[in-house]
Design a protein. Sequence first.
Length: 279
Amino acid sequence: MIPMLTARGAQIPAIGFGTSQLGAKQPGDFTDAVATALKLGYRHIDTAWKYGSEPAVGNGIKKSGVPRKDIFLTTKVSHEYLRAADFARSVEESLSRLQTDYVDLLLVHWPTIDNIPLEETMGALAKAKREGKTRFVGVANFNIALLDEAMRLCPEQFSVLQAEYHPYLDQTKLLAHCRKQGLIFMAYCPLARGGLFNDPVLADIARSKGRTIAQIALRWLIQQEIVAPIPRSSDAKHMAESLNVFDFTLTPDEMQRIYALKRADGRIANPAGRAPAWD
């Protein structure tokens, strides 16, 4: 059983299954990967229109046999659809692709790059919640200033901020702000897209624990209490390994050794012209 994190009424599994770029790992329809993840025990599936994975997620949920009510399902509205009417249409289309009447969490994927008033977008996000299209709301890839402004303008309370986080990226300021605001920090790219698999510090800790480097990195995130990583894989063995991180702990010294791996150039997701001024 996966532990749950709680924030502002939302209960979210402490680890989820990500579907960003999964198609590149397993060409074609990756319905089977989603179904396998659910059969292994994952109960949070993270998707987005931008990923192109919503149809496979919907099919994978059906194929898994896991009841929809037992799954925490997240999707996102992309920056192309932040006008109120476009936002509502995007939500409806996502629900259709996912073969569901609602998602559990709806996020704005990136801040606007087209000077669309944030108040308009937040009104559309709140409307989706009031209409039962989503149970909880939040944003992704917002800096602290934008997050605070979005929370001020949205008539519905936020439960989650989703952002990149792994041992090579220092998110101290953003993480502290999420704690202050009572938000769950949902971490994408938790394994730095495989970039940390040859790290000697992580390898040393992994050897001492009899674990994999991926398990050490995920445990480091989970042990920060409000962080819920969403690793992705199309390999059933790796999926299972990522779930097996709740029966050991890292010592304070091991945690600090991993914190010390942060790099000035550690950020991976930083699209030119779309990314905000990061904290």
